[in-house]
Design a protein around this ligand. Sequence first.
Ligand code: ATP
Ligand code: MG
Length: 219
Amino acid sequence: MHNAQINIMITIALSKGRIFDETMPLLKAAGITALEDPEPSRKLILPTNRADVRLIIVRASDVPTYVQYGAADMGVAGKDVLNEHGGAGLYQPLDLNIAKCRMMVAVRDDFDYETAVKQGARLRVATKYVKTAREHFAAKGVHVDLIKLYGSMELAPLVGLSDAIVDLVSSGATLKANHLRAVEEVAPISSRLVVNQASLKLKRAIIQPMLDAFAGAIK
Ligand code: ATP
Ligand code: MG
């Protein structure tokens, strides 16, 4: 029966860029190193120094989906992405404290957000994060019309598409460059480790030591 353990493979879903870069030291702590860099290699499946561990490169917002369906055993995804996904089928055992930023409401410099909210005005809000925005404004009792965008939210208030946006902010430089100001924090954001629930049960002997190593390496 123990022969069945021999071919177990662990697949880890990561997105290129900051999540890949900031996850590498955590993998290192678990004794795992990527054998190729996804940017120059353009490969979507990357081998590691361990024959039983491979990395797959997916769009940031697709990480929860690959893990939910078990195409990846685990992955790293921002809280922004996880909130939109809903988290079904996922264990979220660790906040990795990487890719940190804030989900904010922002408006044009010359838009009086505070008064509009006080007066109970109906706000037009453009965002990629429709579920997050809907929940945020519902909790505040603010009525909103949500407009779904896929990128460059900062443009929307400048051309009259919306009164406000809900977007990720780190330095605030992009807001400033576009004459916008952040008026409200929706949530602090960092990336979490997500694990497929069935994988955790069936492959616990391999996955649990990895979780312990990640936990010990979190800053
Ligand atoms: P894509 O660029 O493919 O449209 P994306 O913008 O979601 O997708 P990234 O820019 O790689 O992908 O962001 C990945 C995650 O990093 C986000 O889901 C978020 O949690 C976090 N993040 C995004 N922007 C910043 C930032 N400026 N600073 C720190 N963390 C960020
Ligand atoms: Mg991006």
